[in-house]
Design a binder for this molecule. Structure first.
Ligand code: NAD
Ligand code: UD1
Length: 334
């Protein structure tokens, strides 16, 4: 089975490609390296002993997509290509909507042209806005997003819903990721953000390796177990494996839109993350309490029962593995 993976060299894309190749799927990949490095391709090969058929290009480039669909008999698409920095999206909304929404429209129209009607799409827990109840189920209301990044995911979900209504042959699986962290156990691929990381785990890793001096804990006066923000951190390899389950589910589906939360169902606070990282890796993580970050919510964690039941998938790796693998990757400095 041939699967076209957009954004194949990024954090989630690279780990998913490893799982797909290891399961025997043929992978055709596209990336424009706007947030990744070409060397990821070699490292995927090192892990799996297999190669992606790779195209360097932009998902907004209709001719490039047509070339890929013409040259390969594609059965399904997994779409990871997007910009993902929340703060950046507030400063550059046009770029974000273009890259995250227009590119999907281009992809969908080419898929229609080539009669490819199976898609796995990367959405985010951010579509829930400020959750009224935790854990969050897929039935929870979506909307109330507070930045263009989150809104771009909301728009795409709406487009996919309309598409499935218009054409019942379309089979679409939307994954709402919670907080993916960690790296492949080999240490060959992981999260490698440009510049100073905005997310917690890469920031902790860089403080632990000495690249950054001190972590600011954004607020300790939330209504949570210890006053710091609580999130549902999920190991990247567990998240990648869920895509295999998604592909299998779509293969057995008659059509329509499926939506799944991908999390562990367990919420950890910022202080719990720091303590776990220190304990597992036997390192010190300097931190100070700082004011709340604008737009942050107190608590967000998933009810992933639907994915557990319908996809026969469950996150298996715990907090210790997340901390161990994140640190192991950050020590390699690729
Ligand atoms: P990432 O930035 O590491 O990977 C995205 C990849 O897509 C990069 O390699 C980038 O170079 C490529 N890309 C971006 N725009 C492109 C374009 N127009 N054409 C071709 N390639 C393009 O991000 P990630 O963490 O792997 O996220 C993957 C997907 O999951 C994104 O859609 C993101 O919004 C979503 N998501 C991520 C998280 C997270 O915490 N990492 C959470 C929720 C949702
Ligand atoms: C962020 C994004 C969200 C995206 C998600 C996964 C924002 C506002 N939201 O969510 O859209 O889907 O990542 O990629 O950026 N923290 C600190 N100090 C830091 C960094 C973070 O204390 O230096 C705290 C935060 O306040 C939060 C927790 O750590 O309580 C997790 O933060 P982060 O990793 O940025 O993820 P989210 O805020 O969940």
């Amino acid at each position: 089975m041939k699967i076209f993976v957009t954004g194949c060299c990024g954090y989630i894309g690279s780990h998913t490609c490893v799982e797909l190749l290891e399961k025997g799927y043929e992978v055709i990949g596209l990336d424009n390296f706007s947030n990744s490095k070409r060397s990821v391709l070699d490292r995927i090969k090192q892990i799996t002993n297999k190669e992606i058929k790779f195209y360097e290009g932009d998902m907004l480039d209709r001719n490039m997509l047509k070339k890929i669909f013409t040259e390969n008999d594609i059965d399904m698409v997994i779409d990871f290509a997007a910009y993902k920095a929340v703060g950046d999206s507030v400063k550059k909304p046009v770029e974000y909507y273009t890259n995250n929404v227009s590119s999907v429209l281009t992809l969908l129209s080419v898929m229609q042209e080539y009669n490819v009607k199976s898609l796995v799409f990367s959405s985010s827990a951010t579509v829930y806005g400020v959750p009224k109840i935790v854990p969050i189920t897929e039935e929870a209301e979506i909307g109330g997003t507070t930045n263009p990044y989150g809104t771009s995911k909301l728009y795409v979900e709406g487009i996919l819903k309309d598409l499935c209504i218009s054409d019942p042959e379309f089979k679409i699986c939307v994954f709402r990721y919670f907080n993916p962290v960690g790296a492949h156990q080999s240490g060959l691929i992981g999260e490698d953000p440009n510049g100073i990381p905005a997310n917690l785990m890469p920031f902790i890793s860089k403080v632990a390796t000495g690249e950054l001096e001190c972590l600011s804990v954004f607020g300790n006066d939330y209504d949570t177990k210890d006053g710091t923000g609580v999130r549902d951190y999920i190991h990247i390899v567990d998240l990648a494996k869920a895509h295999i389950s998604g592909v299998e589910k779509l293969n057995n589906s008659d059509g329509g839109l499926l939506i799944y939360n991908l999390g562990t169902g367990v919420g950890y606070s910022v202080l719990e993350m720091i303590k776990a990282f220190e304990r597992v890796n036997n390192v010190k993580v300097n931190y100070k309490i700082a004011p709340r970050r604008e737009g942050d919510i107190a608590e967000c964690f998933a009810d992933s029962t639907k994915a557990n039941k319908e996809l026969n998938w469950k996150a298996e790796l715990g907090l210790d593995e997340m901390c161990r693998d994140a640190y192991n990757f950050s020590l390699k400095k690729y």
